[in-house]
Write a protein that binds this ligand. Structure first.
Ligand SMILES: *[C@@H]1O[C@H](CO)[C@@H](O)[C@H](O)[C@H]1NC(C)=O
Ligand SMILES: *[C@@H]1O[C@H](CO)[C@@H](O)[C@H](O)[C@H]1NC(C)=O
Ligand SMILES: *[C@@H]1O[C@H](CO)[C@@H](O)[C@H](O)[C@H]1NC(C)=O
Ligand SMILES: *[C@@H]1O[C@H](CO)[C@@H](O)[C@H](O)[C@H]1NC(C)=O
Ligand SMILES: *[C@@H]1O[C@H](CO)[C@@H](O)[C@H](O)[C@H]1NC(C)=O
Ligand SMILES: *[C@@H]1O[C@H](CO)[C@@H](O)[C@H](O)[C@H]1NC(C)=O
Ligand SMILES: *[C@@H]1O[C@H](CO)[C@@H](O)[C@H](O)[C@H]1NC(C)=O
Ligand SMILES: *[C@@H]1O[C@H](CO)[C@@H](O)[C@H](O)[C@H]1NC(C)=O
Ligand SMILES: *[C@@H]1O[C@H](CO)[C@@H](O)[C@H](O)[C@H]1NC(C)=O
Ligand SMILES: *[C@@H]1O[C@H](CO)[C@@H](O)[C@H](O)[C@H]1NC(C)=O
Ligand SMILES: *[C@@H]1O[C@H](CO)[C@@H](O)[C@H](O)[C@H]1NC(C)=O
Ligand SMILES: *[C@@H]1O[C@H](CO)[C@@H](O)[C@H](O)[C@H]1NC(C)=O
Length: 363
């Protein structure tokens, strides 16, 4: 379906602007952190954040962690929005931020452990003639592993021929490359397969499962545990805190302990009134800071999540095609530096504004 600028649909406004005028790759986020220097239990802190902001802080990746730390001078402990209240139910996650875990039995060998492999909470992939699948094994096994480098286009996967347990291999990949290989597109893909032609082995990939959940229900998979202080086993310490003292690394404590805390505040607002693109643009500029634009994959995910709540099939974004300039531009004057379109690509017509399908992708 094609949408034109005079169609009436809902839209998303932004209540703040990026600081830089250029593309703010990776550092620009659609939420802000607030440090609250009052001592509260975890659930009191949650109530405070939900009333005064959006919720207790959630953390998407290392950039968020850096923003969180930068939002206070405090060097003690502070609650974040991660909590183990799932009754011990574990959920699988991919290590690479933004890659959603989707169960697909055909990628798993459900009783595919070998030799001395004990069942566990980390995922490894096997390469031999018959079995090429995932299995859940104990995270303290040591084996070779596959790192993924998102900066490279030609060679994105690396087989690291060192024996490490899962946590060590994750740290290694995060320090030398981007992360452990994550997502079925990666681990079942041809590029990774090519590393193993004629070889038989098991390797770690970026798959783990834990019992921790974010207060706002989001599925962010990023974890930043302090491995010396945190123990993910039987424990009554079921709320997570950041140790600003120790580079912000996380540990857990009993939830009724009183500590300062971090809230987050959404800066993206879905306006529940149908308007044309020009009206929407005008409305957002007057009442807020502008119509939302997307400059990186993380923002894309965030905006998609918001758009899911819309009652119209599409929502407006601050993007428009200009024939005279022959390029797409964001209405806050950034050039288009991140593009993700619905399957059939961009439309070549002039003066077409862009909406995002409420289910997700751009149109
Ligand atoms: C919070 O508690 C700590 C330790 O109990 C204390 O040092 C600090 O002064 C308290 N902060 C506030 C704002 O009450
Ligand atoms: C919201 O903030 C105000 C002012 O800081 C505070 O008095 C109030 O208790 C907060 N709400 C909750 C639920 O804690
Ligand atoms: C946090 O502060 C440090 C030092 O001031 C700076 O280098 C870094 O870029 C900041 N991080 C973010 C995400 O703004
Ligand atoms: C910093 O951490 C050390 C040990 O990890 C602790 O003894 C000290 O009290 C912490 N300092 C603050 C300000 O919390
Ligand atoms: C844990 O999982 C089981 C089975 O999926 C479900 O019935 C139960 O409600 C879950 N418990 C919690 C606290 O989510
Ligand atoms: C699961 O994976 C198989 C093989 O890669 C694919 O054909 C199938 O469509 C996938 N199923 C789902 C539900 O994604
Ligand atoms: C991995 O190895 C490190 C260093 O030997 C150790 O501290 C850590 O507990 C191990 N992790 C697991 C899950 O076995
Ligand atoms: C989190 O993941 C579950 C299962 O994969 C999904 O049903 C749920 O909608 C996701 N939640 C959000 C906020 O995306
Ligand atoms: C998480 O909660 C479950 C069930 O309440 C408990 O068995 C487990 O020990 C907890 N894990 C941690 C790390 O606190
Ligand atoms: C948690 O466990 C510790 C030691 O295992 C105990 O001292 C403490 O009282 C327990 N806390 C609660 C709230 O049960
Ligand atoms: C906006 O328009 C859609 C149809 O495109 C309609 O379903 C929806 O109810 C309208 N929403 C409002 C708030 O008027
Ligand atoms: C993409 O366009 C082609 C031809 O224009 C059409 O056959 C195809 O169905 C379109 N695919 C989608 C996903 O819209």
């Amino acid at each position: 379906m094609r949408i034109l600028h005079f169609d009436l649909i809902l839209f998303l406004c932004l209540s703040y602007f990026c600081i830089s005028g250029q593309c703010c790759f990776f550092t620009c986020r659609l939420y802000e952190y607030h440090f609250i220097a009052e001592n509260k239990s975890w659930s009191e802190a949650q109530r405070y954040c939900r009333e005064n902001y959006t919720d207790l802080a959630k953390v998407f990746d290392m950039t968020d962690m850096s923003r969180l730390r930068n939002s206070t001078q405090n060097q003690g402990e502070a609650w974040i929005g991660l909590n183990n209240n799932t009754g011990g139910n574990r959920t699988w996650h991919w290590s690479l931020p933004g890659v959603e875990y989707i169960q697909n039995d055909s990628s798993w060998n459900l009783n595919g452990r070998y030799g001395n492999e004990a069942p566990g909470n980390c995922g490894r992939k096997r390469y031999d003639n018959g079995d090429k699948k995932l299995a859940d094994v104990s995270c303290d096994h040591t084996m070779w592993f596959i790192c993924y480098d998102e900066m490279k286009e030609d060679k994105r996967f690396y087989l690291i021929e060192k024996f490490m347990n899962w946590t060590q291999s994750q740290s290694y990949c995060r320090s030398q490359y981007t992360d452990l290989a994550s997502g079925l597109n990666q681990v079942d893909g041809e590029e990774m397969k090519a590393l193993f032609i004629g070889r038989v082995m098991s390797v770690w990939v970026g798959l783990f499962r834990d019992t921790w959940r974010w207060s706002d229900g989001s599925n962010f998979s990023f974890r930043y545990w302090d491995m010396q202080l945190f123990n993910d086993e039987q424990s009554n310490k079921t709320c997570a805190m950041t140790l600003l003292n120790r580079s912000g690394n996380w540990s857990s404590d009993e939830c009724d302990k009183e500590k300062p805390f971090f809230c987050y505040d959404d800066t993206l607002i879905l306006i529940n009134v149908n308007k044309t693109w020009e009206e929407a643009l005008d409305y957002c500029r007057k009442s807020h800071r502008g119509l939302v634009s997307i400059t990186n994959p993380q923002e894309q995910e965030w905006v998609q999540d918001k758009a899911k709540n819309a009652s119209s099939p599409f929502v407006w974004l601050g993007l428009r095609y200009s024939c005279t300039l022959d390029l797409w531009f964001w209405v806050n004057d950034q050039l288009v530096c991140y593009e993700k379109w619905s399957k059939n690509g961009t439309t070549e017509e002039c003066d077409v504004a862009v909406g995002m399908q409420s289910g997700g992708q751009c149109q």
